[in-house]
Ligand binder design. Structure first.
Ligand SMILES: [Zn+2]
Length: 244
């Protein structure tokens, strides 16, 4: 596929962005360069993290309870580095998320409250990447529920009528950016924010240790994506335009 001539530049009018992910460090591994760019552009970026991250290592307690407060501190530090406005934590148990109606309702509630122009999530259809990574089931479950929450649940009055009684009116999301989609068709130039992305990922010390490898790994991923659009560093997405 020929690369488009210019990187994707989000419309100026899109002032509110909601990033939905399963685990406390998912955003920093994948889309944080874009997040930092968007916050620098003056947009309000919100994170919604579905699980506590309690299964992130096999250390601490068997239940993961010992890890949860550590991950919470780390994720707030990463969000601070990226300039994120608010982090919403849904508190689901790490490792066993399914795309239930309950999760879809919870995400619909968040979308109707924050009323984002753009929602960013991962690709629920990807079962594996290359020959070495089986996509984590929580990632697929959360992405699937997130897309279903965007459409049709958030914008449809008759779905989850209980949310109306909470004062949450329907809301139409205008664009969705799906990270990790193959093939991607929109690339955000992160040349100015790759270093911030690396710093934010290193805030997750329980997951990356001292993170000596972080700059090289994220740099290589960004370089590969950048080649697709003729810039040094990029993050790729499939872009869904739901409103013009
Ligand atoms: Zn994850």
């Amino acid at each position: 596929m020929p690369a488009p001539r210019t990187p994707y530049q989000m419309r100026e009018a899109f002032g509110t962005i909601l990033c939905i992910a399963a685990h406390p460090d998912d955003i920093e591994f994948t889309i944080a360069g874009s997040v930092a760019r968007w916050t620098r552009e003056g947009r309000a970026v919100f994170f919604c993290l579905v699980t506590t991250g309690g299964a992130g290592t096999n250390e601490h307690t068997p239940s993961g309870d010992g890890l949860v407060p550590i991950r919470e501190r780390e994720l707030h530090e990463a969000a601070r580095i990226l300039g994120v406005q608010e982090v919403v934590l849904l508190g689901y148990t790490d490792g066993v998320v399914e795309p239930t109606l309950g999760l879809r309702r919870d995400l619909t509630r968040v979308i109707r409250r924050i009323r984002p122009d753009v929602v960013v999530c991962s690709d629920p259809t990807v079962r594996w990447y290359a020959n070495e990574y089986l996509n984590y089931p929580d990632h697929r479950a959360v992405a699937s529920a997130a897309l279903d929450a965007v459409f049709p649940s958030s914008e449809t009055r008759g779905i989850f009528p209980e949310l109306l009684t909470e004062g949450l009116e329907p809301h139409k999301v205008k664009e969705v950016l799906i990270s990790g989609a193959e093939p991607a068709d929109a690339w955000v130039d992160i040349g100015d924010t790759l270093a911030v992305k690396c710093a934010a990922l290193k805030a997750h010390a329980s997951q990356v240790g001292k993170g000596e490898w972080v700059d090289a790994m994220l740099g290589e991923w960004a370089k590969q994506a950048g080649k697709r659009v003729g810039v040094e560093s990029a993050e790729g997405y499939r872009r869904m335009i739901l409103w013009r």
